[in-house]
Design a protein around this ligand. Structure first.
Ligand SMILES: NC(=O)c1ccc[n+]([C@@H]2O[C@H](COP(=O)([O-])OP(=O)(O)OC[C@H]3O[C@@H](n4cnc5c(N)ncnc54)[C@H](O)[C@@H]3O)[C@@H](O)[C@H]2O)c1
Length: 257
């Protein structure tokens, strides 16, 4: 812990955190919350302008990272190692969620979604673990989705990739436990959250797309990015010290039916 962090209050005080997709939506809200709770935050994204703005705002560091590229992960982890000597919290959040279905499946599009949504977090776990396993208490939080738990006809590739993220999180949790690494790994499953990821829907279907979603949610509204960030903070913090290999759903009751 750096001298200036000693005595700093916060639920993740003194921790070093890396948040992918930190330029926007849930990733930006998570970066802000982790920083407010005392962590030193590295904001990683392909969106350099947005990512740098979030990093500036929270006194963190921006790193350019395309999560689907192994070389990028190597560079980021090497930088974390030389600047901080460790990593305590990894939030694999970056993602895209285009519509597609199995009748019209385009394999190039399938590969692109798999690369970002599933390979990204897999590479994050692989390279992140090299540092996380030396943390006093490490945590990985992988963003899945309720689309990774229940079927949805319009999200063929995304749903399959997010189901993969859910299972991968459990496997990583078990691997860490078996190898005696002090690293927990869990997945978070948002329902419909009001972020730019819904813009595609808005563009195609206008306001109807959002009111249609809201009607289907028992709490009758979209979630806010900060509400998902709260769940991520909990799993990343020592408050969740006996929680590993499980999932936390943040969906306003959608999957309770
Ligand atoms: N918003 C929702 O309704 C919702 C629901 C379920 C799951 N999720 C998941 O939550 C996560 C965050 O989504 P959001 O709603 O905040 O979306 P968002 O579009 O606001 O943010 C996603 C961020 O990921 C970044 N990104 C995209 N591809 C990248 C890549 N290859 N490498 C690095 N960064 C990349 C984008 O630049 C952006 O900053 C995603 O994994 C998404 O699938 C969101």
């Amino acid at each position: 812990m750096a001298d200036q962090d000693v005595g700093k209050a916060g639920r993740v005080a003194g921790k070093i955190a890396l948040v992918t997709g930190g330029a926007s939506g849930i990733g930006a809200a998570t970066s802000r919350l982790l920083a407010a709770e005392g962590a030193t935050v590295y904001v990683a994204d392909i969106n350099a302008e947005g990512g740098a703005a979030v990093a500036r705002e929270i006194g963190g560091t921006f790193v350019t990272l395309d999560v689907s590229r192994e070389a990028g992960w190597q560079t980021v982890v090497t930088r974390l190692d030389s600047e901080q000597g460790r990593l305590d919290i990894l939030v694999n959040n970056a993602g895209i969620s285009p519509h597609d279905d199995y009748e019209t499946l385009d394999l190039e599009a399938w590969d692109h979604i798999m690369d970002i949504v599933l390979r990204g977090p897999a590479l994050g776990c692989k390279h992140g673990l090299a540092l996380l396993k030396h943390s006093e208490a490490g945590a990985i939080v992988n963003l899945s989705s309720i689309a990774g738990m229940i079927g949805s006809s319009g999200y063929a590739s995304y749903g399959a990739a997010k189901a993969g993220v859910r299972n991968m999180s459990k496997s990583v949790a078990l691997l860490c436990a078996e190898r005696g690494y002090p690293v927990r790994c869990n997945s978070v499953h948002p329902g419909s959250i009001d972020t730019p990821i819904l813009d595609d829907d808005r563009r195609k279907h206008g306001a109807k797309a959002i009111t249609g979603r809201e009607r289907l949610i028992p709490l009758k509204r979209l979630g806010r990015p900060e509400e998902v960030a709260n769940a991520i903070l909990f799993l990343a913090s020592e408050e969740a010290s006996f929680i590993t290999g499980t999932e936390l759903i943040v969906d306003g009751g959608f999957t309770a039916r």
